[in-house]
Design a protein around this ligand. Structure first.
Ligand SMILES: Cc1cc2nc3c(=O)[nH]c(=O)nc-3n(C[C@H](O)[C@H](O)[C@H](O)COP(=O)(O)OP(=O)(O)OC[C@H]3O[C@@H](n4cnc5c(N)ncnc54)[C@H](O)[C@@H]3O)c2cc1C
Length: 449
């Protein structure tokens, strides 16, 4: 295998909304490499349906803060939540400037929708494909930047670092099509590698999102936290087929759809936080011995369903369900990762020059459970802050660090990619199990005292 060396100022791993917003907010005089494991459309950002929360003026601060904390079981970092809320209107304005066409009312004002856990409607949306609208808007802007090289089908295999100094200085990359290995050096590396749904049999996430950033962090002793905080979405479309589960957005319930059991009776308040609705569905399925419960959209005006949820109507029809005439079968499925690489509100990790943003990081915003539609906002806010931080504090990496990393680089380690990724998978799932056990132990101790 031939090792090829390149040098950039900043490497951003991931082309979801987090990675894209880092690229857009870095100084234009920095040479930036932006990567995606597969196609640029294969990100969870692209799949987001419901929308993006935004604080509706100062009058909404206390309620939005409380809704986020309540959903997170008050394990959230108040500082991080405050930061997200205070930057939300700025992010919405950035997106509009990038050409994102949020749905508006007849007077031309933003139309807001509501989802579980929210005490009022504060979610901006574009039909039921908000993530696609935002991703395409940002990608269009990024592609215009002369300082950014966008490279899809490029896989991060590892970071390059000086272990002794605990300092990052680049990335080991592989061309997904040719298998060519590259050591690319950089002054800063930003991990925006998304969630871990690809590690689970049933998940709404792309199969390729396997927590690679987290695995690499674990390998190098970069701090991670709460990796057992994994969100299960209450309503994915039930199917016997394998592969990614199709999400039935929470805003469907926000607009009035109801959950019913086998007798056609409502059994829970659909607008509670996700973990509570999931628990109610599981309890019902277990009592009935059923594989799913049903979601009835006939409680929403048909025109509203057609206008707001065209993709959901289409997908249900493909699976043989007419949402206008029958309830659809739904079941909970893995959806979101609250834990991850520990980062502060500027995306800094425990390793110098290594940043983490978006779903792969844990900055404390979500606590134990994410409030619906807070993740696009969180990804965008903290990605921008990370980029501004890098720009403000920019210094080139010490050549000695690079030399030591070069010395430690052994390309043989990356020859067998299958074994490498199997080890990464095992490391992340092992850490999830370890964290779960540690938490149970602490809980037991607390109960005994
Ligand atoms: C079906 C669905 C619906 C959702 N709906 C909403 C919603 O309505 N509102 C909301 O706020 N949130 C929603 N979410 C969550 C939200 O979309 C994500 O949390 C958020 O978009 C994450 O953004 P990200 O940039 O961190 O990661 P992603 O958008 O997932 O991007 C990850 C990127 O990392 C790259 N990558 C991963 N590993 C490697 C590697 N080894 N090498 C190179 N590149 C790599 C991938 O190729 C990809 O480009 C939804 C999620 C799903 C799955």
């Amino acid at each position: 295998m031939r090792e090829i060396c390149e040098k950039y100022d900043v490497i951003i791993v991931g082309a979801g909304v987090a990675g894209l917003n880092v690229a857009l907010n870095l100084p234009r005089d920095k040479r930036v490499l932006l990567l995606a494991k597969e196609s640029l459309k294969h990100s969870d950002s692209y799949l987001a349906q419901g929308g993006m929360c935004v604080m509706r003026g100062e009058a909404d601060y206390a309620a939005f803060f409380e809704d986020t904390m309540r959903a997170g079981h008050r394990e959230n970092s108040p500082e991080a939540v405050d930061c997200m809320l205070r930057h939300s209107e700025e992010i919405a304005a950035d997106l509009v400037r990038s050409g994102v066409d949020f749905t508006r009312d007849r007077d031309g004002n933003f139309a807001y929708t509501r989802e579980g856990g929210h005490s009022r409607a504060r979610i901006l949306y574009h039909e039921d494909c908000t993530g696609k609208a935002i991703s395409l808007g940002l990608l269009k802007q990024v592609k215009r930047l002369k300082n950014v090289t966008v490279r899809p089908y490029t896989v991060l295999l590892d970071i390059l670092c000086d272990e002794e100094k605990n300092e990052c200085c680049g990335a080991v990359l592989s061309d997904a099509k040719t298998g060519e290995l590259k050591a690319v050096y950089a002054d800063y590396v930003v991990l925006a590698t998304g969630g871990i749904g690809g590690l689970f049999r049933f998940s709404t996430n792309f199969r390729s999102l396997t927590g690679d950033g987290v695995a690499i962090a674990l390998k190098h002793g970069v701090a991670v936290e709460n990796v057992d905080y994994i969100q299960i979405h209450p309503t994915t479309l039930y199917t016997k087929k394998r592969g990614r589960r199709f999400l039935i957005s929470e805003s469907v319930r926000g607009e009035g759809a109801v959950l019913i059991d086998a007798k056609g009776e409502r059994f829970t308040d659909e607008l509670q936080p996700r973990d509570i609705v999931t628990a109610a569905i599981r309890k019902k399925m277990s009592a009935e011995g059923s594989k799913f419960v049903r979601l009835d959209l006939r409680t929403i005006a048909p025109d509203r369903v057609r206008l707001h949820f065209p993709q959901i109507v289409k997908r249900c029809a493909e699976e043989g369900y007419d949402v206008f005439n029958e309830p659809i079968p739904v079941v909970p499925g893995q959806h979101y990762f609250m834990g991850g690489i520990k980062s502060d509100t500027h995306g800094r990790t425990s390793m110098a020059r290594l940043f983490a943003v978006g779903e792969t990081c844990s900055n404390g915003v979500h606590g134990k459970n994410r409030l619906a539609s807070n993740s696009l906002l969180e990804s965008l806010v903290f990605a921008k802050r990370a980029a501004l931080k890098i720009g403000a504090e920019y210094t080139p990496v010490d050549q000695k660090t690079v030399e030591r990393a070069k010395h430690g680089f052994n390309e043989k380690e990356y020859e067998d990619r299958k074994t490498l990724f199997a080890a990464y998978r095992k490391a992340v799932l092992g850490e999830v199990e370890r964290a779960q056990k540690a938490r149970e132990k602490t809980k037991d101790k607390g109960e005994k005292q």
